[in-house]
Design a protein around this ligand. Structure first.
Ligand SMILES: Nc1ncnc2c1ncn2[C@@H]1O[C@H](COP(=O)(O)OP(=O)(O)O)[C@@H](O)[C@H]1O
Ligand SMILES: [Mg+2]
Length: 317
């Protein structure tokens, strides 16, 4: 359990046994002294117990079945990775699934899109500075987030310094969360680095959002080659979904690129997400597309993606 000093924001680990002993004596609060700034403050026993209880009940509710782990990735930026991760995660949670969204991008935009400013996230989990419970933020009902951000640069250094097994660093850190969720979605940064390799050693399914333009399509074939190199060492990782994004139905080019993709990847190709301004407006209000513009075509498109991924044809209809 963690107590945060309201004066200097320093986090202190406390033994759950000590807190349970207070609770047994029917004490409502305890007087804590910050070891860093010596500030004295009261802490509610009830709120500490509640945080712990929430973690336990989430673990029980998810039936102990391992989560489906899907990473949303493509080396090219601006193709809709974060938009797709956030809205797919939100849609699955609205459909009743327990979802964890892990942001492995130093830009940390996933939490921003959900209107959250996490104090801790993936970095603190990977450095083991804080227990998982204090790194997760409940963004919506059924939807939790492990925030990314600039501090992930430090995580990359930790991975670099490992002399062996570096590609499993993320998997080791996330392993305890496996049975607490139905879906774990991982948003990735553009480019190709040791953190993305870690993601591909952790996830089992790959979703590639691809903007319907020539350059992103080229980027996709490059990515498929890199994925092949990983698959030599990790058979479990499979390209499962290709999601065409930014489909502009008014012009011919994107339509013909879509048809081309359909010929190349008939099994993997999902229904496209159409170009829609609401998708770029919603994040500045901290809202998902379902909250910001439920009637917009993009909302319909992401609902369709939720059905495709969950295999539940009656989800969100
Ligand atoms: N289908 C879409 N229609 C219109 N704008 C979109 C669409 N998908 C994403 N956007 C906008 O495009 C920009 C890039 O999307 P983003 O999801 O951040 O890409 P990535 O994570 O791949 O860099 C963002 O401003 C986003 O709001
Ligand atoms: Mg992004």
């Amino acid at each position: 359990m963690i107590i945060v000093c309201p004066q200097c924001a320093r986090k202190h680990k406390v033994s759950p046994d000590a807190i349970h002993a207070y609770a047994k004596k029917n004490k409502k609060s305890l007087l804590a002294t910050c070891r860093s700034c010596s500030y004295k403050f009261r802490v509610s026993i009830e709120s500490l117990m509640e945080t712990e209880g929430k973690a336990a009940s989430r673990a029980n509710q998810a039936n102990q079945k391992p989560a489906r782990k899907i990473c949303v990735t493509l080396s090219k930026g601006g193709v809709g990775k974060t938009t797709t991760s956030v809205n797919l995660a939100a849609g699955l949670s609205l459909a009743g699934y327990k979802v964890l969204l892990v942001d492995t991008d130093t830009q940390g935009q996933s939490a921003y899109m959900l209107g959250k400013k996490p104090k801790a996230g993936l970095t603190e989990l990977m450095t083991r500075e804080l227990p998982a419970e204090d790194c997760l933020v409940e963004a919506r009902k059924n939807l939790w987030i492990l925030g990314g951000g600039k501090s992930l640069a430090g995580v990359k250094r930790i991975i670099d310094r490992k002399s062996f097994g570096a590609e499993w660093t993320l998997s080791e850190a996330l392993a305890p969360l496996d049975t607490q969720f139905d879906f774990i979605l991982i948003d990735t940064s553009p480019g190709w680095d040791q953190l993305i390799v870690n993601v591909l050693f952790y996830a089992e399914e790959v979703m590639v959002p691809v903007a319907l333009e020539i350059m992103p399509l080229h980027g996709m074939s490059e990515f498929v080659k890199s994925l092949g190199a990983i698959q030599k060492y990790r058979k479990e990782i499979q390209l499962k979904y290709i999601v065409p994004t930014f489909l502009d139905t008014r012009i011919k080019g994107p339509q013909s690129l879509y048809q081309e993709l359909k010929k190349l990847y008939p099994q993997l190709l999902c229904a496209p997400v159409r170009y829609n301004e609401s998708l770029s407006e919603a994040p500045s209000f901290g809202k998902t597309i379902f909250e910001f513009a439920p009637g917009a075509n993009a909302s319909e498109d992401y609902r369709s993606l939720v059905r495709r991924v969950s295999g539940n044809q009656s989800a969100l209809v």
